[in-house]
Design a protein around this ligand. Structure first.
Ligand code: EPU
Length: 424
């Protein structure tokens, strides 16, 4: 179990590059299952989740080869159709193989991922949508089993614009017979990226970037080469880091058009935000002003930014109210921030944050990717040393986090924690 040791006080300055989006590439890898042959993805981040998703595909009979920022996936004529619990529990996104497998093989057996640190994250919309497309779906012995000799297009209305359900239904309907309408669909840039790749594979999809997607199913799709969209959450993480440390950071590869809400919030906090050719710059020369925010599906304020902005508000001037609407229990990391001296109270969907002049370094634990990154940023503005444990969560989504922080001037290192002698 590695940990990051952060010494607070450094101001971040310089240029950092952002690679492809985790939440896109994992689904693009699943989409490769829809076509026999070799699909090549570029701008692939070097993160743990890509490794685990590669193993999911390998166990389905695919040949998966990682190159420098690429992954090439060769899919056999008939892939396997079963994803085991030991991998699915590591990476919930592996549920994205459900739709492609049932569409391609007529059957999919995917372990139920179970709970995690940010809420129960149900699958009811994935299941209801597949049933609408004519699949039979049962839950047996910890597995979700979907069967359909051929899916048939239908009108599907999602109760909530779920990212995962939209993706599964898009991939399933691409090979269904007839037309599928997905209404109240998620509109994230990563969904658009998946639609673009599916179109290149030969799928007929209309309404990209809107909440109504229309998919005309085709008989077969073909493999493609595709460049992954940049990671807006990672780009936003660097922007928040610049503001918290009163620094000046140029984020190369960051797309301001995917970050309108968070960059506007940073401007409200007092930062200078400047779009540049191929990225943007964020600079701050004073203590940030507290900002209120409410998380919502895209283009609303992303829930993945919530822990980062909450951290920012802990050292801002003033009191802020943060409302979490997407995940019911994304507050676990608040207790860790309190260990750093933050003044945060939560009640249901809301958190009230009273800004402090400075935090105070302490050992803390990362419970998920964004909370982990948020704790590292908090450590950057804490007095003394902050040790963040369980950083495998951060490794799941941030490529070279420590190296990039150090290049911007942070004082941080990775340590492998010794096994406690008393544990034997
Ligand atoms: N939900 C249901 N039933 C469903 C599907 C979702 O109740 O059938 C609920 C979930 O419980 C949750 C909410 O709807 O409360 C949102 O879930 P959604 O399906 O939109 O999210 P997801 O696909 O599980 C993806 C990202 C998350 C990101 C959310 C929201 C990936 C791999 N994960 O999750 O990213 O927070 O969308 O934008 O794409 C992260 O990167 O750290 C991360 C958690």
């Amino acid at each position: 179990m590695d940990r990051f040791v952060v010494r607070g006080g450094a101001r971040l300055a310089g240029t950092v590059s952002v690679s492809g989006a985790k939440n896109s590439v994992l689904k693009l890898m699943a989409a490769a299952l829809l076509a026999e042959g070799t699909t090549v993805l570029a701008n692939v981040p070097d993160i743990l989740d890509v490794t685990v998703m590669g193993e999911v595909l390998r166990r389905l009979g695919c040949d998966v080869v990682r190159g420098k920022a690429t992954v090439s996936i060769t899919v056999p004529e008939m892939p396997g159709h079963e994803a085991d619990y030991d991998l699915v529990r590591r990476i919930r996104a592996s549920i994205a193989v459900l739709g492609p497998l049932v569409a391609r093989c007529g059957e999919a057996k995917v372990a139920l991922p179970g709970g995690d640190a940010i809420g129960s994250r149900g699958l009811d919309m994935h299941v209801a949508g597949l049933i609408k497309l004519g699949a039979s779906v049962v839950s047996e012995h910890g597995y979700l089993i979907a069967r359909a000799p051929r899916l048939v297009g239908a009108a599907v209305w999602l109760d909530f614009p779920s990212v995962g359900a939209t993706e599964n239904l898009l991939m399933a309907s691409a090979l269904a017979q007839g037309t599928t309408i997905i209404d109240n669909a998620a509109r994230e840039p990563e969904i658009v990226d998946l639609c673009v790749m599916l179109q290149r594979m030969g799928a007929h999809i209309g309404g990209l970037g809107t909440s109504t997607l229309e998919v005309q199913g085709v008989e077969a799709l073909h493999p493609v080469e595709h460049h992954t969209v940049p990671d807006r959450i990672v780009a936003g993480t660097w922007a928040v880091a610049a503001v918290m440390t009163r620094g000046d950071v140029t984020v190369l590869g960051g797309r301001p058009e995917h970050l309108e809400m968070p960059l506007d919030k940073l401007a409200q906090a007092g930062a200078v935000v400047e779009p540049l050719e191929g990225g943007f710059r964020v600079a701050m020369d004073r203590r940030p002003t507290a900002v209120d925010l409410v998380t919502l599906p895209y283009p609303g304020f992303a829930t993945d930014f919530q822990p980062l902005f909450l951290g920012l508000n802990t050292v801002a001037e003033g009191t802020s109210m943060i409302t979490e609407n997407v995940f019911e229990s994304r507050w676990m990391f608040v207790n860790e921030l309190v260990r750093l001296g933050a003044d945060v109270r939560t009640d249901g969907h809301h958190a009230v944050v009273r800004g402090r002049e400075q935090l105070s370094g302490a050992p803390v634990t990362a419970h998920d990717i964004r909370a982990g990154a948020g704790l590292v940023l908090a450590g950057l503005v804490a007095d003394g040393v902050t040790e963040v444990a369980d950083v495998h969560h951060i490794d799941r989504g941030y490529e070279g986090f420590v190296e990039k922080l150090v290049a911007l001037g942070a004082v941080v290192r990775r340590e492998t924690a010794p096994v406690e002698p008393w544990l034997g």
